[in-house]
Ligand binder design. Sequence first.
Ligand code: MF3
Ligand code: CO
Ligand code: CO
Length: 275
Amino acid sequence: MSLDNDVIEADFRTETIKLHGPEGFEGMRRAGRLAAECLDMLIPYVVPGVTTERLDTLAREFVLDHGALPACLFYRGYSHTVCISPNHVVCHGIPGDRTLREGDIANIDVTVIVDGWHGDTSRMYGVGEVAPRARRLVEITYEALNRGLALVKPGVRLGDIGHAIQSYVESMRCSVVKDFCGHGLGKVFHDSPNVLHFGHPGTGEVLKEGMFFTIEPMVNLGKHQVKVLNDGWTAVTRDKSLSAQCEHSVGVTADGYEVFTASPAGLFQPAILGA
Ligand code: MF3
Ligand code: CO
Ligand code: CO
């Protein structure tokens, strides 16, 4: 395939789900790894008193220093490298002069572009000592992602994955956010399919080898309802309950899946879980 074809074909969101070959897997491995390394790099800086803006600057410099582009910068009017979503912020928290405080939990979400390929990942950070109920929420959210991931292979349907996540989360008396979902990605940031974190077994798209998408459940300690603040981005829980999220970019292989955004240092699941 010519380079021109490749770029034209890959640059648009399409209704049909793109199937990628070895080159795509190679590109996604590099993008996913850099995104994970960016989140690893931030760990020692997530301490009481740090501003979210400072963390964003560190992330932006890291991404640019590695010859990559921050996908969120200038994406639909967004003007930062990462989203930072503390406590009752569900997702898309905008970095600014807010400082993180002892006991906060915060999601940091980064998407990098390496040679056109998107690596999209987020995880939870604890600031200092974190209360047991917040740790429990974070644990449930990781487990929800892992239960979804574990199902990924050709022939499985997206509804199977959504159902596994939702039924687990609700069995723990938490709720799954319905207003945001995972997404296909590759050379396009947000592509088909929508990956819902709830649903019914045996429904939805059938997974095929070569599909790339994210799974990124948002889990609330209270009710599932969210609202978006006047800034047009920040989504918060309506009942002000704590919310957590974690996200991996994955590819469907012949007999399972490959996680592109695993932490090379094994730091995806934070230390707060062991405490
Ligand atoms: N990284 C987010 C996702 O998981 C998207 C953020 S878009 C932004 O899809 F513009 F808010 F940064
Ligand atoms: Co995403
Ligand atoms: Co993301």
